[in-house]
Design a protein around this ligand. Sequence first.
Ligand code: ADP
Length: 656
Amino acid sequence: MNDLTGLGSTDHLSIINILFLILIAILGGLIVWLIMRSTVIKRQYEEIRKAKEEAERAYTSKSRFLANMSHEIRTPINTIMGMNEMAIREDARGVPKDYFISMMNYAFDIRNASESLLGLINDLLDISKIESGKMHLVEQEYDTQDMLRSIVSMIRVRTVEKELTFEVVIDEVMPKRLYGDMGKIKQIVLNLLTNAVKYTPRGGLILNVSMESRENDVCTLCFAVKDTGIGIKEEDMGRLFTAYDRLDEEKNAEIQGTGLGLDISNRFAELMGGQLWCESTYGEGSEFFLSLGQKIVDATPIGIFIEHDDIGAKGPYVPHFIAPDADILVVDDNPLNLSVIKGLLKATRVFVTTALSGEEAIDKIKDNHFDFVLLDHMMPEMDGIETLEKIREIEPDIPVYALTANSTTGEDFYLSKGFDGYLSKPVDTEVLEKVILKYLPEEMVEVIDRDEVVEELKELPENMLWINETEGIDVDEGIKNSGGIGSFIFALELFLDTIDSNTKVIRDSYEEGNIRLYTIKVHSLKSSCRIIGARELSEYALKLEKAGKRNDIAFIDANNDIFLAEYEAYKEKLKSLKVVVSDDEDKELIPADELEDAYATLKEMIPLMDYDAVSMVVDGLMEYKLPDDDAIKIYDLSKMLKIFDWDAMEEWIKNV
Ligand code: ADP
């Protein structure tokens, strides 16, 4: 029988077979595809997971690295800055004066370099905190005038150094006390001012602070920083607030910077609900503005802003208070940090006990009474927090401040752990003194009115008035640069006493062709001249310094003699200072036998080159009024002694 469909049963079978095979193939393919898909996805997923883990690990190790770096770097900087501060404050009496001037110049250079290093590290930390969302507001009550003063005094030093003008205009109606994140405001304004100094080769800057508006207990402040600097190109304006971006690289190659400051400032401003912006004309200058709201605590107007000058060579350091009966305990595992704190508090005369570990601190607290404790946070074995818990068991009420190099943890953290507050390293002496003063019982403390100390010499003494007529010395500038009238007179004496020895070194190094030493010496002379207000001579020294740096021997050849002659002319200009030294009518005339004794001792001691003995005799003689001849002789001897010129002293003693 014929199949009506035209297909035989074998054909049917083969179609079914084919369909079946196709189905199997599809299924097989599907299974393979599914398996492939799951493994590929799995692999991809695995890869993504790994990448994420790696990124997280890298991120945490970056954060950990930064936190460690902060601690590891800030701690030694703290030591350097603290030790340097102590060197600056050493009592200079009895130290040869030219040696003292050189040391001070080095010390001020160390201070500048460590401050900029610290600034750099703080910037890096800030950026990493911002990026990881860990930057928070640290709000507190603060004194408006104090904040502005500390900003102005820091920038004043830099503008004096760079010979820029710095005008400060502060709204008299600014409220006396405000509430907000003072640290961040200060950081932004300092950054704007530092940039203005950095990017202004000549001319100057103006800081203008005003209260724009006030509504109930909130006011809007505006800080404007204007400079006559290089300006910013219109096309660069968009990149101004971007991290790591520096503009005009060619022109700015010699100016140090990371391109972080403005980005941080901008983010801080945003965090505080404020705004930061800039207007600039390329080649003419820029003006940066920060506007933000602050809560008012005390609306009394600050009145006329008085800026305390804090520059240059000062007399002995004046602390805020003295308290010889106060006992404080400082705990830190690093002995250098302990000696820094001890040194910083030396002038206050408080008694500082030290402990190198939490255990030692607890033992000392068990046996003694302390009025205040400063406790390092990060210590091996028992850390600051654990130590505090134990201290609280023994002395629940004793004020304890944390000492920390870790700027990532704020006040809230330490308060929550039971501390009364915290101080960050490097410790600022002013803050340290103020904090301790807050906790000492009143009867233990003698508060020193620092304004009064400065005011003691509001005018030049009568016998110094001739200095106003002295050509080549700008008295007002000298007083400003040396930090007061007393220090100005001190600086003038130093200047006069070192003319001979400096001239010798400059002349010798020039003749020997030792341009490096020559440059160092004229560099340090430049600062000394500026301190006494000898502006033109200082500018001349700067020209020679620059010539030395670029090895321009022709310029030095042409100018060295003229410069030295002008410098030496100051011996004549300042000769009346000698009279001031010996012209003290209040002193008793020296008894003849005492004078004889003194000469006899000098005859014995000078050949032995006994510096201490000779200077003791000289100091003893200075207590008396001497006959004119002897006064001049002793004055000459004291000059030789200052520069250790033993040959000249031997010659001198033969002739007396
Ligand atoms: P930097 O550490 O490089 O100074 P900033 O973030 O503070 O970093 O500034 C970014 C860039 O903006 C600077 O490199 C500079 O090119 C430019 N700039 C900042 N302030 C000024 C200014 N007052 N005048 C001219 N250019 C400025």
